[in-house]
Design a protein around this ligand. Structure first.
Ligand code: GTP
Ligand code: MG
Length: 146
């Protein structure tokens, strides 16, 4: 399951991981399920009245990705990860178009949201995608062993 602000790159990331088809230029309008992923619209993080909808859709998720855009300033609520049963992996996207300082700030936002690990990548250039995949595999395995 992916959670993060509008335009952070959640759908792009799921598409690059082969977990979802990306409709061209489309923003995500509602929670969308495939057999292997749950995509959510950015508004559900940006507007607290939707937090309950995120949590309602989370129980089936083996892993939650908090996706942060280093070129933006949207914060996740402090310790939000604790509200999820599944482990939370923080992902900083858009490494191809951001500065190291911006990425460091994005990582800090993810850590204060309670992400257990934080990785950075760009689904557009492919940078960091192998590292992301191994973190996803390792953290989802932990869930099934538990
Ligand atoms: N350069 C660059 N662009 C990216 C990257 N990831 C996503 N984008 C672009 O950012 C825009 C928004 O990406 P989406 O995947 O639709 O964002 P989203 O988080 O699903 O947004 P909502 O569905 O509105 O919540 C698109 O134009 C993507 O092509 C990246 O790593 N690098
Ligand atoms: Mg989307």
């Amino acid at each position: 399951m992916v959670v993060g602000p509008s335009g952070a790159g959640k759908t792009t990331l799921l598409a690059a991981l082969g977990l979802m088809e990306q409709k061209h230029g489309g923003k995500t309008e509602m929670v969308s399920y495939t057999s292997r992923s749950i995509d959510t619209p950015g508004e559900m993080l940006e507007n607290p009245r939707y937090y309950s909808v995120l949590l309602m859709n989370a129980p089936k998720a083996a892993l939650v990705l908090f996706v942060s855009d280093p070129t933006g300033n949207v914060r996740f609520p402090s310790r939000m990860a604790q509200a999820f049963r599944a482990p939370v992996l923080g992902v900083v996207t858009k490494v191809d178009v951001s500065t190291p300082e911006e990425r460091e700030r994005a990582k800090e936002r993810l850590r204060s949201a309670g992400a257990r690990e934080v990785v950075d990548c760009s689904p557009v250039t492919g940078e960091g995608m192998d590292r992301l995949k191994s973190s996803i595999e390792r953290m989802s395995r932990e869930v099934f062993r538990a």
